[in-house]
Design a protein around this ligand. Structure first.
Ligand code: F6P
Length: 359
């Protein structure tokens, strides 16, 4: 029978399974089979896949993570191969394209973020028929208004802020919450607003210690000796340093020597004398069951991608434009990350209610 393929690449994110399920159901409704490649592009290079027939996709909608597995280091153009006792990187893209042909995969659906979609664009240039589906909790992909996973991450972060609030208030402390967001402060901005943060530090807005302290001292003067500070992991120090991580050879190497949250907390405690604690929420933001919003968006993306493939359209990425699902050429996808504009309406809303960005 006719056949499509699907894979999940890069970091996982709530809603991946919902996309897989929707694509599989759509494919089967049109008389297609769907093959799920395991561990990102690795499964395509190594020929490892499962058939996503109806029993295989049962019970997937609410499940976090990805049943296909994923791999941050599986770029087919720089593919890690064990040689003796070391790992070398080889161009395996030719083999990936051949395998897709051999298996009779008409179109490969690639669910991923910037790195995975850049791989999709380059495989397209080598003749592979691909449809991209945008994914990241960071919500920082340029070609779509929103990614699934973001809403769930914001809910998780908001829940953490609610919990930090009660203990901050009881102990008259400053609580610093470090959130994900390498390049963009979307999670910090949305959850900071939803969770009643007093200060929000994001990569897009340079801040100073004085700026942060001013807000905390103003609250103390009003009789509120506790404060909540949200910091995106990609926020820089006042001297412009990045303490979070950097990309090395297609993968992410963590340089988490304390992290930006730790640094901010230390500065606050030193300058105000108020006891300060830091929480790094980390991968909790990526785990768990997707929110209803993310399930709906993931389902829309999965259906749209499978339908496009079946109509013979490929070389594009599905995206959200306003309230509609649309698509853009893959070449337009892997542009610069979509960061928070400093005059974004939500920044103005936050400032209007007295939230400080430390500037
Ligand atoms: O892009 C998603 C993301 O969760 C970022 O927010 C974070 O910086 C990064 O991935 C973490 O990557 P890893 O799971 O490889 O440590």
């Amino acid at each position: 029978s006719k056949r499509l393929g699907i894979l999940t690449g890069g970091g996982d994110c709530p809603g991946l399974n919902a996309v897989i399920r929707a694509a599989a159901k759509t494919a089967y409704a049109y008389g297609y089979e769907l093959y799920g490649f395991l561990d990102g592009y690795t499964g395509v290079v190594e020929g490892r896949y499962i058939k996503l027939d109806p029993p295989a996709i049962s019970g997937l909608l609410h499940r976090g993570g990805t049943i296909l597995g994923t791999n941050n280091r599986s770029d087919p153009f720089h593919f890690p191969v064990q040689e003796g006792d070391k790992i070398v990187y080889r161009d395996m893209s030719g083999r990936a394209v051949e395998l897709l042909e051999k298996l009779g995969i008409e179109v490969l659906l690639v669910i991923g973020g910037d790195g995975t979609l850049a791989g999709a664009r380059d495989l397209k240039a080598k003749g592979a028929r691909i449809i991209g589906i945008p994914k990241t909790i960071d919500n920082d992909l340029a070609a779509t208004d929103q990614t699934f996973g973001f809403d769930t991450a914001v809910r998780t972060a908001t829940d953490a802020l609610d919990k930090l609030h009660t203990t901050a208030e009881s102990h008259h402390r400053v609580m610093v919450l470090e959130l994900m967001g390498r390049y963009a402060g979307w999670i910090a901005l949305y959850s900071g607003l939803a969770g009643g943060a007093d200060v929000i530090l994001i990569p897009e807005i340079p801040w100073t210690v004085e700026g942060v302290i001013r807000k905390i001292e103003a609250r103390r003067a009003e009789g509120k000796p506790f404060s909540i500070v949200v910091v995106a992991e990609g926020a820089r120090t006042p001297t412009g340093e990045l303490v979070v991580q950097r990309r090395v050879e297609g993968s992410v190497e963590r340089l988490r020597l304390g992290g930006i949250g730790q640094l901010v907390a230390q500065m606050i405690e030193e300058k105000t004398g108020i006891e300060t604690r830091v929480t790094v929420l980390g991968h909790i933001q990526r785990g768990g069951s997707p929110s209803s919003y993310d399930r709906v968006l993931a389902t829309r993306f999965g259906v749209a991608a499978a339908e496009l493939a079946i109509r013979g359209i490929h070389g594009v990425m599905v995206c959200l434009r306003g309230n509609d699902i649309s698509y853009v050429p893959l070449e337009e996808v892997a542009a610069q990350p979509r960061t928070v504009p400093i005059d974004h309406p939500l920044i103005r809303t936050a400032r209007a209610i007295g939230i400080s960005f430390g500037d």
